[in-house]
Design a protein around this ligand. Structure first.
Ligand SMILES: Cc1cc2nc3c(=O)[nH]c(=O)nc-3n(C[C@H](O)[C@H](O)[C@H](O)COP(=O)(O)O)c2cc1C
Length: 169
């Protein structure tokens, strides 16, 4: 599927089957995340692939929606701020980089027929503990990864006129 069609068809999947994700597909999804651009090409992130089997209760501490652990996999994108590029005014870009990585991963998954859902409303302390994150590593976002068990919902978005300005504010 071309990228414009994938963007139009991706939606937040909040119901999954238990069907496994094959290794080659997972590899393609992770590879797409790896190819994401990052500021100064610093790549200040790690992807954590989490198998949900036998860990559902523990993972529910991170985010308690049932669909979060329904598919066989959950992916976490964590940032490593010490490796990030920092703008001249001191703003570090690890969060931006990690977000682009997650978006690449999610769009690649959608193009391969897999479902995902951004999760930012997780418990950061539980995430640190369950994933054994060292100090200085920041969890940015999670997504379940699996086969959707629900058709797309209609997209609700502001019209372009409300979102685009030309030349200046
Ligand atoms: C940064 C970010 C964080 C999000 N966090 C959550 C979340 O914690 N839980 C959830 O159910 N959806 C979450 N979402 C999904 C949004 O609610 C969803 O993308 C939005 O409503 C648009 O719907 P769509 O993805 O189906 O097009 C998040 C999306 C983004 C981009």
């Amino acid at each position: 599927m071309d990228v414009v069609a994938t963007i139009a068809e991706r939606y937040s999947v909040r119901k999954y089957t238990a069907e496994p994700v094959d290794e080659a597909t997972l590899h393609t999804v992770l590879e797409s995340a790896r190819l994401a651009p990052t500021a100064d090409n610093r790549q200040p992130f790690q992807l954590i692939v989490i198998h949900t089997e036998g860990r559902k209760q523990e993972l529910a501490r991170i985010y308690r929606a049932r669909w979060f652990t329904q598919p066989p996999l959950v992916i976490a994108v964590v940032a490593v701020p010490d490796n990030a590029w920092v703008r001249m005014d001191g703003k570090p870009y690890h969060e931006v980089d990690a977000t682009i990585v997650m978006d690449h991963l999610i769009l690649a998954a959608a193009s391969l027929g897999l479902g995902t859902c951004w999760v930012a409303d997780f418990d950061p302390a539980a995430a640190r503990e369950v994933l054994g994150l060292p100090d200085g590593v920041e969890p940015i976002a999670f997504t379940p990864l699996g086969h959707p068990d629900r058709p797309p919902t209609r997209k609700r978005r502001k019209p372009l006129e409300q979102l685009v300005r030309y030349e200046r504010w």
